[in-house]
Design a binder for this molecule. Structure first.
Ligand code: SF4
Length: 348
């Protein structure tokens, strides 16, 4: 049995034809899955009995089970707890950005690439238990499928994908790149709408650059010095800032693409005036944008969200030094929106 979500549309067509069915059956199957978000073979009404039997006996469809969905009042943030075949669980989040002009509405899916994470950033609930296992490409792709299926009720689809949920994507690089390519082709989401967010795994950044893959690169920077970053992103001990920034420059020279730096804002820790100055020095000459993210407190966390005035004064200081800086209000703080929170809560 092969999982359909590890196949490109071309491979689905070939498989169907090799099994002796006409090409239009392959097209019908693709239409059910990728346009209609229907995965139950019995509900694929225009397929004949023989083809349905072939599918039931040879193809696996969605293998992830939705355990829980939490939607905020405005239906802007929808969080999912998903059960994998081996009983592990992962999370994904849909973030809906509505515009006055509905043609500009965006639906972003923040998906997971691993069960747990070995990076163990102290502000993140996912890292608490370390890494359990990598996700397979088809388990990553299915997250888009489940999200689209949910969004049918709003007559819309996912049009942005960020690898920013549970896990460090570049510690599961091969499956993540396979999944990104399948998402791009099968869901027709262009590379510039697929973001790979890394905690700073240099080999991954270099591979994106060398293969000239046009995905958006986001780097969780979170601090302007090794002293603070060693603590906030422990992987910094292996990939210190000077090497990380060198890799980012290399990436930009090769791809000419703007880089996003994520910067978690923690009261009393990394938003002092001197941090803004050092950040500007560090990123000098890189075409980049900084996403400031006020920390979303994990229960029992030692990290405190800064006051609004301190958040905006840090932004202002960064801008004074010439940095492009925006503040991303974490969506879903009222629904355990931060990565790993829902899973941990359910487990308790
Ligand atoms: S923030 Fe990302 S890299 Fe850090 S522990 Fe959480 S999932 Fe892993």
């Amino acid at each position: 049995m092969i999982n359909i979500f590890k196949l490109s549309k071309d491979s689905i067509m070939k498989k169907v034809e090799n099994a002796g069915f006409p090409a239009y059956r392959g097209k019908q199957l693709i239409d059910w899955i990728y346009n209609k978000s229907v995965f139950d073979v019995e509900s694929m009404t225009n397929l004949d009995k023989e083809f349905k039997e072939y599918l039931i006996n040879n193809i696996k469809f969605v293998t992830l089970e939705t355990l829980k969905i939490i939607e905020d009042d405005k239906s802007e943030t929808i969080k999912f707890l998903l059960l994998l075949g081996d009983r592990n669980t992962i999370e994904m989040v849909i973030m809906r950005y509505k515009d006055k002009d509905s043609s500009k509405n965006r639906n972003t899916l923040c998906l997971s690439s691993q069960v747990g994470c070995k990076v163990k950033c102290p502000f993140c609930a996912t890292g608490t238990d370390g890494l359990v296992r990598n996700l397979k490409a088809e388990e990553i792709v299915q997250q888009v499928t489940i999200a689209n299926s949910f969004l049918k009720k709003y007559d819309t689809k996912i049009n942005n994908v960020v690898f920013m949920g549970m896990g460090e994507p570049f510690f599961n690089k091969d499956e993540v790149l396979k999944a990104a390519s399948l998402i791009k082709e099968n869901y027709e989401i262009s590379s510039r709408k697929i973001t790979i967010s890394t905690s700073g795994v240099i080999e991954g950044i270099k591979e994106l650059a060398d293969k000239e893959l046009k995905y958006v690169l986001a780097v969780s920077l979170h601090a302007p010095t090794d002293r603070i970053r060693d603590f906030l992103v422990p992987i910094n001990k292996k990939y210190p800032l000077n090497e990380l920034i060198k890799a980012c420059r290399y990436y930009q020279t090769k791809t000419k693409k703007r880089i996003t730096f994520e910067y978690i804002m923690i009261n009393g820790m990394n938003i002092w005036p001197d941090d803004a100055r050092q950040l500007a020095n560090l990123l000098k000459g890189i075409d980049c944008h900084i996403n400031g993210i006020p920390v979303n407190s994990v229960s029992d966390s030692e990290f405190e969200r800064p006051k609004k005035k301190d958040i905006y004064s840090f932004k202002k200081m960064c801008e004074k030094y010439g940095l492009s800086f925006s503040i991303r209000e974490e969506k879903g703080t009222d629904i355990e929106g931060a990565c790993g929170q829902l899973k941990n809560k359910e487990r308790k």
